[in-house]
Design a binder for this molecule. Sequence first.
Ligand SMILES: *[C@@H]1O[C@H](CO)[C@@H](O)[C@H](O)[C@H]1NC(C)=O
Ligand SMILES: *[C@@H]1O[C@H](CO)[C@@H](O)[C@H](O)[C@H]1NC(C)=O
Length: 212
Amino acid sequence: MTSSDGCCQCCFSFIITLGLTALFLWLSLRVDEPKCYVGSFYVPALNKTLNTPNNRTIVFVVELDNGNKDKGIQYDNVSLNFEIFVDANTTRPVGNATIVGFYQGHKKEAKKWGYFDSYGVNRTLVNGKVYFRVNFTTSVKYKILLWYTKRDKLWGGGNVEIDDSGAKTYRKGIRLGASLPIVESGAPKTRGCYCALLGLFLCILFFRFIFA
Ligand SMILES: *[C@@H]1O[C@H](CO)[C@@H](O)[C@H](O)[C@H]1NC(C)=O
Ligand SMILES: *[C@@H]1O[C@H](CO)[C@@H](O)[C@H](O)[C@H]1NC(C)=O
C-alpha cells in the first residue's frame, strides 16, 4: 500500500464519517410538534331537546398526538381557554380548563376528557350557527434517547361549530391552530449538543476502527 492510497482511504473514511454524523444528528435532533385537536365538545345548555339553558357545564375531549417515531414528549399542564363568538369578529370568554401535564410515548395519541363550569352561554347565532373558539397553550420537552430537550412553548386555536343538540357538528377532530411556537425553539439544545458531540466521537472511533 502506497502512502497516497492510505491518504485517500483516510480522506474517504473522513467524508463518510462526516456524512453519517450529519445524518445521525439530523435524525436524532429533528422533532415534530405534537398535534392538538378538539375531539368532542358538548354544551348541554345549547341542547334544544334538553331545554336546560341555565346549565353551565361544558364537556370536552381534547386529543394530543405525538407523531414522532422515536421521541417521547413530556407535556407541562395544558391550559385551555374557551370563548363564544358573539359576531363574526368578536368573542366573549366562557371559561378555562387545565389538562394536568403528562408523559407521552412515541407514536401515541392521548384523549383527555374534561369539563368545566362556564360563565353561562346563550344561543348566539353567527351566520346561523353557534361557534366556540378553543385555544390551548402548553410547553413540551422532547425525550431523545435518555435526554430531554429544552422546553418549547406551543399554542394554537380553532373554531368549533355547535349543532342543535349542543354538540360539535362534525365527527372529525378540529385541529387547534398551527401550534406555532411563541418562542423559537433554537434547534440544537445544549444537552442535544453534548449528545451530538458524543455521537460524533463514537462515530469517528467506530469508522477509524472499521477502515483501519
Ligand atoms: C340532548 O338531549 C337529549 C334529551 O335528553 C338527549 O337524548 C341527547 O343525547 C342530547 N344530545 C347530546 C349530544 O348529548
Ligand atoms: C368583521 O370584520 C370584517 C373585516 O374587517 C368586516 O367587513 C365585517 O363587517 C365585520 N363584521 C362584524 C359583524 O362586525
